[in-house]
Every structure is written in structure tokens, then in C-alpha cells.
Design a protein around this ligand. Structure first.
Ligand code: GLN
Length: 227
């Protein structure tokens, strides 16, 4: 379902998406979006269809690729928090991703994110509403990676008491931030699902990244089918 919404967002920007299921199809396209889903299942399917070598070559050729959520996990050089045995990754994005950093489906949430780069390039509101579904987070990035957005984890309150005196204090736990959107050359990664909002600024941002490279408007952005 996600890729129908993704295609709808691209259509609003005048771009037709096509679904990629086989390695040879990658030869005819210039830019790729790897959508969300479930990365272990997606990896099994990609292995079954022998997509990994072609996907890695696509990334190594410097072609624009955007991974959202499970797609971000696919693009990361390293993923932690995986099921036993791990999974194959496409790699290329110099970062470590935690697969389910924010927890299970029940811990899914929405949050307003400050994304200065998006606002400066695309205009519109100051924040972007991020929809996080069983979302990953980026724990570490390499020197080439530009952080586009992070998410502050609300600091915990620690309450304690003794038998004599009741003391309640807010802990001095410093606010912790995790990274949720990055860019490295022609690779873009978002831990949330921009296609689930009506705000198409991320799609427009990626299309510009893609057309910068080609000097033309991309008409063949594609998506690898989700699981
Ligand atoms: N955490 C999921 C995974 O491991 C990704 C969730 C998503 O794409 N919405 O694949």
C-alpha cells in the first residue's frame, strides 16, 4: 500500500513511478526510492529476486536513492537490533541504524520535526510532521553524512522517596537526540514515512536532488516494491 501512496505523491509532482521487482529493471531507471515495510522480509524478497548486487551497483554508481524507514535500514552500512542472524543490507549510507529504535507497532507516533534544509529549499511551514511506524533511528553517522533532522527524546522524570522525607525531583537527565533524516551525496534517508502525510516537500526535495544530477526533471523515479 505504501508505494501506491508514494506514487500518488510523485504524481502530484508530475512524475510517474514504476515498481521494480527484478534486477534488470534497474538498468532503465535513473533514481530509486526504497519505501518502508519490514526490512527482514524485504531483504528475503530482494535476495530471492537476486536484487542485492544490482542495488549495490546502483548506489555505487552515485545514482540518487532515497530510503524511507525500512528503506533507510536497507541503505545503512550497519544495522543493529536485528533478528538473530541479521539480514542483508544494500549499504552505501555511512551510518549505523537501529532497526526498531522506537519500539513496536504500538509505540508508533507522530512528531513535528524541525528540518531547516527542507524549509530553506522547499519553503512552507517550519516543521514537517513525521509519521514514525515501528521506526528505526540513526545512532551514528560518518563524516560525509549531513544530518537533516533529529528527534529529541523527552527526558525521564525520576521520582524517589524515603521513609522519613518524601522527595520528588526532576532528574537532570540531559535531553537525548536521535537522528531521523540524513543525506550523503545522492543518498537520502528518512526514518519516518513522508508518503503518509499530504506534505510532499520531501518528495520534491528528492526529485530536485535527482534532477540536479541529470540536468533535467526526472520522469522515471521508481520504487522497489515493499514486502
Ligand atoms: N522497523 C521496521 C523494520 O525493521 C521498519 C518499519 C517501517 O518501515 N515502517 O523493517
Amino acid at each position: 500500500m505504501l508505494y501506491y501512496l508514494l506514487f500518488a505523491a510523485l504524481r502530484r509532482l508530475g512524475v510517474k513511478g514504476v515498481e521494480i521487482r527484478k534486477p534488470e529493471q534497474l538498468q532503465s531507471i535513473s533514481s530509486l526510492i526504497i519505501p518502508g515495510g519490514e526490512s527482514t522480509t524485504m531483504a528475503k524478497l530482494a535476495e530471492f529476486y537476486n536484487l542485492f548486487p544490482a542495488l549495490r551497483e546502483f548506489v555505487q554508481m552515485g545514482k540518487p536513492v532515497w530510503g524511507t524507514c525500512a528503506g533507510l535500514i536497507f541503505l545503512a552500512n550497519k544495522a543493529v537490533g536485528q533478528k538473530e542472524g541479521g539480514q542483508f543490507l544494500v549499504g552505501g549510507l555511512d551510518c549505523t541504524v537501529h532497526r526498531n529504535y522506537f519500539g513496536s507497532q504500538l509505540q508508533s507516533f507522530e512528531a513535528e520535526l524541525l528540518v531547516p534544509e527542507l524549509t530553506s529549499k522547499e519553503g512552507g511551514p517550519e516543521t514537517f510532521r513525521g509519521v514514525f511506524i515501528r521506526a528505526p533511528a540513526i545512532l551514528e553517522v560518518g563524516p560525509e553524512v549531513e544530518v537533516l533532522a533529529d528527534y529529541p527524546i523527552p527526558s525521564n522524570k525520576v521520582l524517589y522517596s524515603s521513609s522519613d522525607v518524601e522527595i520528588q525531583e526532576e532528574s537532570a537527565v540531559p535531553e537525548k537526540k536521535v537522528i531521523v533524516a540524513v543525506k550523503q551525496g545522492k543518498l537520502l534517508g528518512t526514518a519516518f514515512h513522508p508518503e503518509l502525510t499530504a506534505d510532499i516537500r520531501w518528495h520534491s526535495y528528492f526529485l530536485k536532488m535527482a534532477s540536479d544530477l541529470r540536468g533535467a526533471t526526472s520522469d522515471d523515479i521508481v520504487a522497489v516494491s515493499e514486502a
